[in-house]
Each structure stands twice: as C-alpha cells, then as structure tokens.
Design a protein. Structure first.
Lengths: 114, 112
C-alpha cells in the first residue's frame, strides 16, 4: 500500500483565495483525520470521519473551513476565503476500526497564504 | 480539559548515550498513549502505543513507560544514534477512543 496520500505537497496562495487540500486514506481504513500543525499551537485535530461521516468537527477553527468525505477513498479540506493565519502544515491520517488510535499519517501539505 | 506537556522542548546529546524523553498529561482518564517521531518536512510515524492497562512497551532500542496515576510517560532511547535525530511527540487518546491530543514535542539532536 502507498500509505496516506496528500496533495498538493505545497500550496502558495494569496489571501482571499479558495484552497482545497486532498487526501486519499489507506485502503480499508474507515477513520480519517485532518490535523493542522503550526509552531505556535503544535498539532491540532480539526475534524475526523468514521465511515465517511463527520464525527467530531469541534476543532475546525471557523466557518471558513469545511471538510468532506464523499467516499471511502477521498477527502477534502477547503478553506474559503483563506487568510495568512491559515498558513500551516495540514496532515491527513487514517486508521482502522480495530485500532482507531493507530493512525497512519500522510506527508502533509504545507500551505502558505500571502 | 486534557493537556499534554513535553519537557524539554529541545535536547542535544552525543552519540551512544542513553536518554529519556518526558511527557506529562493532566487527566489520567486516558484510553492509550502513543509516542510518535516526526522528521523535518515529513509526517508522523507511530513508534509505540501503550494501552491504559499496560505499564510499558518496547521496540528495539525504544522503551516507553506509562504511569497513569501520576500522569506521566517516558520514552527511553538506548545507545542513541545520529539517525535518531527528529522531533518526538507524545499523544494521549481520551476515553472517547478516537480523539488524540498531542504534546508540543521534544526536538532531539544526536551529535556524532
């Protein structure tokens, strides 16, 4: 298996633009997590899905952020409109029901909002 | 609210030394605790996972211990090597079983 795949790996955009981050979890995994990592706040859970259904989105910072999981093999995290303070590394992780906490992380998307 | 703290934030030791990384958490009602490794520009790799009923886990030169009553965990690295240089993060899972709370990490540098 190729592991968790994220795209793009790097994204540079201007304030006000829409940004879409993509994630393909490991095949067979039924949990999917989106995290954000910054120097100031460390690694924060934004939202997680189980069987494509959002379970806990309490970490989503504000309405500008939205996440979807239309099927078991794909998820998106969208920021609209983007702001400079959204600059961070965004990680996607997936896990299996049998051990939901053994999460496998993707390489991350480094987002820079100018 | 669960909080996870890792001290020190950075550590530099010469190659070959044994070392201990520390992690503390405020709420002892955890489901499990994990140690992760993060290399620069990369994602996280799970090193060891300790269930709440366990006291320690070992993998190669790594040994992680858990003391729930005192809210502490340690990661022991034996015979450190330059390849061990990375940031090590401690993370606890709440009783809800899927929400992980991370510490801010210890950046470890092993000098050749």
């Amino acid at each position: 298996d190729a592991g968790v795949i994220q795209s793009p790996r790097h994204e540079v955009t201007e304030m006000g633009q829409e940004v879409t981050l993509r994630c393909k979890p490991i095949s067979g995994h039924d949990y999917l997590f989106w995290y954000r990592q910054t120097m100031m706040r460390g690694l924060e859970l934004l939202i997680y899905f189980n069987n494509n259904v959002p379970i806990d989105d309490s970490g989503m910072p504000e309405d500008r952020f939205s996440a979807k999981m239309p099927n078991a093999s794909f998820s998106t995290l969208k920021i609209q409109p983007s702001e400079p303070r959204d600059s961070a590394v965004y990680f996607c992780a997936s896990s299996f029901y049998g051990e939901p906490n053994e999460q496998f992380f993707g390489p991350g998307t480094r987002l820079t909002v100018l | 609210k669960q909080e996870v703290t890792q001290i020190p934030a950075a550590l530099s030791v010469p190659e070959g030394e044994n070392l201990v990384l520390n992690c503390s958490f405020t709420d002892s009602a955890i489901y499990n605790l994990q140690w992760f490794r993060q290399d620069p520009g990369k994602g996280l790799t799970s090193l060891l996972l300790i269930q709440s009923s366990q006291r320690e886990q070992t993998s190669g030169r790594l040994n992680a211990s858990l003391d729930k009553s005192s809210g502490r965990s340690t990661l022991y690295i034996a015979a450190s090597q330059p390849g061990d240089s990375a940031t090590y993060l401690c993370a606890v899972t709440t009783s809800s079983a899927s929400k992980i709370i991370f510490g801010s990490g210890t950046r470890l540098s092993i000098r050749p």
